[in-house]
Design a protein around this ligand. Structure first.
Ligand SMILES: *[C@@H]1O[C@H](CO)[C@@H](O)[C@H](O)[C@H]1NC(C)=O
Ligand SMILES: *[C@@H]1O[C@H](CO)[C@@H](O)[C@H](O)[C@H]1NC(C)=O
Ligand SMILES: *[C@@H]1O[C@H](CO)[C@@H](O)[C@H](O)[C@H]1NC(C)=O
Ligand SMILES: *[C@@H]1O[C@H](CO)[C@@H](O)[C@H](O)[C@H]1NC(C)=O
Ligand SMILES: *[C@@H]1O[C@H](CO)[C@@H](O)[C@H](O)[C@H]1NC(C)=O
Ligand SMILES: *[C@@H]1O[C@H](CO)[C@@H](O)[C@H](O)[C@H]1NC(C)=O
Ligand SMILES: *[C@@H]1O[C@H](CO)[C@@H](O)[C@H](O)[C@H]1NC(C)=O
Ligand SMILES: *[C@@H]1O[C@H](CO)[C@@H](O)[C@H](O)[C@H]1NC(C)=O
Ligand SMILES: *[C@@H]1O[C@H](CO)[C@@H](O)[C@H](O)[C@H]1NC(C)=O
Ligand SMILES: *[C@@H]1O[C@H](CO)[C@@H](O)[C@H](O)[C@H]1NC(C)=O
Length: 873
């Protein structure tokens, strides 16, 4: 009982508990009156009364002299001035309105005291460990005193469950001053507290009721309430909170009641109440909210009571009440700016039982009220209701509901209208639903003409019309801005994605009477147009077809055909021209003259490959020939050197012998002739040997050369064979192709495709090339076979000759010749003077020399075909 009353003072649900308290007070006063009029209970002190043996209540007397019996456990003192009291047996003490200033002097032996109520005294000062001897104390009420400050350890080691410090003068509290673990209720309301820091309630995990209302709290840091996991009831009303730190309520998972009324809150982020899973009652009244955030209530599906009175909210939009399907009491009162509650807002709260929307600026009721089957209390008074067709439905609904005993406020069309006149007004409205009266007949329109599409409806009020084009562009039109339709927030003209159309001047637009005007018709405009008409009673959709005149289509078709034909002809002409030019160029070989490599470039890749192969073969062949020639030259020079050396050697020995013989003139000529014979023999032998060597070398060379040439020409032939074979197969394939295709090919339409495979020009080119190669090679063969070789032909293929050293005709200047002549002349004359030796012909030696000259004439100069000729020498 005590508790309830205390909470009353704290402003906690005053209405429901007020009668109870009154009754209690009445009983109390009756009891005291009774004691006054029954003096037979002599042991009761003056000014006191005792309803039961354990109860004693005293008023208007000093405490001094008050003796308490042992059986008194409940003591109630009212206007009992300060004085010492022995409380040895008292369990519950209430000592109020007595001007107590110092507790310490008054309360003796408080060890057994369980609850103490010292409210409405003059206590202003508390000390550390003040209540140290109150070892059993569970409840303490210090409200309505003058306490300005709490010493840090004043509640140290207490087991208090419930503490009230409301209506004091507290401004700042020592950090974690209420560190009494078992506390479940804490009332700090009506003080001057400004803030609570993070984890202030760290050691108060079991607090269930926390009253912080009517303070001056401006800020609660995000962890200020973080430790209150058991909190059920939180009152933060009448403070100075303008916003909430993020996550402030996140850990209050058991909170059921939250009062945030009368704070300067102007905005609530949608995640503010994220942690409040079990919230049942929420009060947001008296804030400066201008809008109700979407999703604000999503996290509290169990909400049953919501109060949004006295705010600045202007509209409540559809789905802003989503997420609270169990809501029963909704109070949206005295929001002077609230103009509209959108039609479907209340469809999200089907369990609503009490709805109070009085004192707003609403002009029509959201029709979703009609679906609230459990509603039994409706207050719509004090709104400037327009009483037009938008509330037409209400008349019938209200009639039936009244019959089923729904409690309704008075139903007036605005504060100035005659009371309770709403239903008759509504009933006499002549609202009708839209009905099509006329629509544009399906008609054929010429391209680039204008079209007027029309839907005429009969309805009261006149319906708004929405046109939807085949391209899904949307045009809205509303004849009466006073009755907004459901598209009032859409742009007047927008596309599928709600992007406004911004073509100026608009080609398509809605005229003032709702007709759709399309200028300069294009092909894209034809199709089905929808005109959607809606008024507060109903909606209706009609469609209008727009067709383009088929003559226009034919026209277009013919133009297209002509255009297509022109294009085709143009192409054909260009192709023919190009082909003709090509023909001319080819014919007169202009291209070939201008750039010989162009032709090469034109050959197909396959032919180019063959060219490359042929070139490779030739290169290889010439390399081999080069090598062979070098080898040959080397061998020839070696043999010649050897021959020269040997002849020199023989000559030396002959000279010495001849000199020796000249000394013996007697033996003379005979010996000399034999000697000369021997000498000649030897020289001939050497010469023969060298000649045979040369012959062998030459034969070998020729053989090798022929082999190389044959090899390469064989390769070329082989290549040509394969090539020809491929060509033949291809020809066969081409012949087997369908004749049509072939004809097309001949017409040149697919020549390009064919050239990708094989170009007959290429085939000819390759053939020609191969033929020339083979000719060249066979020419060479002829050269080797016949002796007749012209200088020009020889120059094609280098062969090491004396001629190449500078002389075409064998001459005595030639090294070989010199050496051989030496042999002939040396016996006669000293080797130093060649010319004089030739003149000294009187001796036998000149004969010999002459023979020698003839016989030793070895022509090494012409190694090629003349070998036979020379060997015949
Ligand atoms: C309180 O008690 C004194 C006597 O002790 C009396 O004079 C006074 O009028 C009382 N005050 C109230 C408000 O009843
Ligand atoms: C309480 O104290 C103030 C001054 O401190 C005094 O004016 C007032 O009368 C006192 N109240 C009571 C009930 O004694
Ligand atoms: C508590 O009681 C003891 C004796 O019973 C006394 O000495 C002490 O001063 C009391 N403390 C307070 C704070 O009253
Ligand atoms: C209302 O409707 C009735 C019948 O539908 C019609 O006779 C009457 O003229 C209408 N009144 C007005 C004001 O439109
Ligand atoms: C709307 O206006 C257009 C042009 O001003 C006119 O042709 C058309 O008939 C009007 N439609 C109606 C329903 O008055
Ligand atoms: C009609 O549209 C075409 C292009 O679509 C434009 O060239 C022509 O000028 C327009 N005519 C009028 C009268 O706007
Ligand atoms: C149009 O009317 C039909 C019933 O006739 C209703 O189902 C529909 O929701 C209405 N559409 C709008 C946008 O009001
Ligand atoms: C020259 O040819 C002969 C025989 O053909 C060969 O034995 C010799 O090694 C070759 N010499 C060189 C340098 O090629
Ligand atoms: C030179 O010729 C003689 C025969 O006349 C021969 O025996 C010798 O091997 C040859 N020397 C060289 C290097 O060819
Ligand atoms: C060799 O060539 C000459 C001129 O080039 C020619 O007169 C002669 O008849 C030819 N001899 C042979 C055997 O072909």
């Amino acid at each position: 009982m005590d508790n309830t009353c205390r909470l009353n003072r704290a402003g906690f649900s005053p209405r429901s508990n007020a009668p109870l308290c009154l009754v209690l007070l009445l009983l109390l006063s009756l009891a005291t009156g009774h004691t006054r009029h029954s003096p037979e209970e002599a042991d009761v002190p003056t000014g006191c009364a005792s309803a039961k043996a354990s109860l004693l209540s005293c008023t208007d007397r000093p405490a001094a002299g008050l003796v308490l019996g042992e059986d008194i456990t409940h003591l109630t003192l009212h206007n009992v001035s300060e004085g010492e009291l022995d409380l040895k047996h008292v369990r519950h003490l209430s000592w109020t309105e007595s001007g107590i200033v110092r507790i310490k002097d008054c309360l003796v032996n408080p060890e057994n005291l369980k609850s103490i109520d010292l409210s409405q005294n003059n206590i202003s000062h508390l000390e550390n460990y003040q209540f140290g001897n109150f070892s059993s104390l569970l409840q303490m009420n210090l409200s309505f005193n003058r306490i300005t400050d709490l010493p840090r350890y004043v509640f140290k080691n207490q087991k208090l469950r419930s503490l009230s410090l409301s209506h004091n003068l507290l401004q700042a509290l020592p950090f974690q001053v209420f560190a009494t673990e078992h506390m479940t209720e804490l009332d700090l309301s009506y003080n001057y507290l400004a803030t609570f820091l993070d984890h202030f309630f760290k050691f108060n995990k079991y607090i269930e009721v926390l009253l912080l209302n009517n303070n001056r709290i401006t800020k609660l840091t995000s962890n200020a309430l973080a430790d209150l996991a058991e909190l059920r009831h939180l009152d933060l009303s009448n403070n100075l909170l303008s916003s909430f730190s993020k996550g402030l309520f996140d850990s209050l998972n058991k909170l059921q009641y939250l009062n945030l009324a009368n704070n300067p809150l102007d905005k609530l982020a949608s995640g503010t109440f994220r942690g409040l899973k079990y919230l049942r009652r929420l009060n947001l009244s008296g804030n400066r909210l201008t809008r109700f955030s979407f999703g604000l209530l999503h996290f509290s599906p169990g909400l049953v009571e919501l109060t949004i009175d006295d705010t600045d909210i202007e509209e409540i939009h559809n789905s802003e009440m989503l997420g609270v399907p169990l809501l029963q009491n909704l109070s949206i009162r005295n929001n002077k700016r609230l103009r509209e509650i959108e039609t479907y807002v209340l469809a999200d709260t089907p369990a609503l039982r009490r709805l109070d929307i009085s004192g707003n600026s609403l002009t029509f009721l959201p029709q979703s009220i009609a679906n609230l089957s459990q509603l039994f209390h409706l207050n719509i008074s004090d709104n400037p209701w327009a009483c037009d067709c938008r509330m037409y439905w209400f008349a019938a609904w209200a009639e039936t509901k009244k019959r089923s005993n729904m409690v309704m406020s008075d139903l007036s069309c605005g504060p100035d209208a005659y009371p309770n006149d709403m239903l008759p007004t509504l009933q006499h409205l002549n609202c009708t639903k839209p009905q099509i009266v006329y629509k544009s007949p399906t008609r054929l329109y010429r391209l680039k003409s204008d079209a007027l599409l029309e839907c005429r409806y009969s309805a009261y009020p006149p319906p708004s019309i929405t046109w939807i084009t085949p391209k899904r562009e949307v045009f809205h039109w509303n004849p009466d801005a006073g009755i907004p339709d459901i598209f009032k927030k859409h742009p007047h003209a927008h596309d599928v994605d709600m992007i406004p159309l911004r073509i100026i001047p608009p080609r398509i637009q809605v005229l003032d009477n709702g007709t759709l005007w399309i200028r300069n018709l294009t092909r894209g405009d034809c199709g089905r147009y929808y005109c959607y008409a809606s008024n507060p009673i109903a909606n209706f959709t009609e469609d209008v077809l727009l067709h383009i005149d088929p003559t226009d289509w034919n026209h277009i078709r013919i133009i297209s055909l002509i255009f297509g034909a022109q294009c085709a002809a143009g192409f054909l002409g260009i192709t023919l021209l190009v082909q003709f030019l090509r023909y001319i160029l080819n014919r007169f070989g202009i291209l070939n003259n201008f750039c010989s490599f162009c032709k090469r470039d034109r050959v197909s890749p396959r032919a180019r490959q063959i060219y490359a192969m042929l070139d490779n073969i030739e290169q290889y062949k010439s390399q081999q020939l080069e090598k062979l020639k070098e080898n040959y030259t080397q061998q020839v020079t070696r043999i010649k050197d050897n021959c020269t050396q040997q002849i020199e050697w023989i000559q030396n020995s002959y000279q010495t012998q001849a000199k020796h013989l000249r000394d013996f003139r007697d033996i003379g000529s005979q010996h000399l002739s034999t000697l000369r014979g021997q000498y000649c023999d030897q020289v001939r032998k050497v010469r023969d040997y060298s000649t045979s060597q040369l012959n062998w070398v030459r034969e070998n060379y020729v053989f090798q050369r022929n082999k190389i040439r044959k090899f390469s020409s064989h390769k070329v032939l082989q290549l040509r064979e394969t090539y020809k074979y491929q060509q033949q197969t291809l020809n066969k394939v081409l012949e087997n192709l369908p004749s049509l295709y072939f004809e097309n090919c001949r017409a040149g339409t697919c020549g390009r495709a064919e050239s990708l495979v094989f170009d007959p020009n290429d085939i000819e080119g390759v053939d020609f090339y191969i033929k020339s190669k083979i000719e060249q090679l066979s020419n060479l063969d002829e050269v080797t076979d016949t002796e007749n070789m012209t200088q020009s032909r020889l120059s094609l293929y280098y062969t090491p000759t004396e001629r190449s050293l500078g002389s075409k005709v064998p001459s005595p200047d030639v090294l070989a010749g010199v050496h051989i002549n030496y042999i002939e002349e040396r016996p006669i004359m000293p080797p130093l003077d060649v010319a004089s030796t030739s003149k000294n012909g009187g001796f036998i030696i000149p004969d010999l020399a002459a023979i020698d000259l003839e016989e030793t004439k070895i022509d090494l100069s012409d190694e090629d075909g003349r070998m036979n000729h020379e060997t015949s020498l």
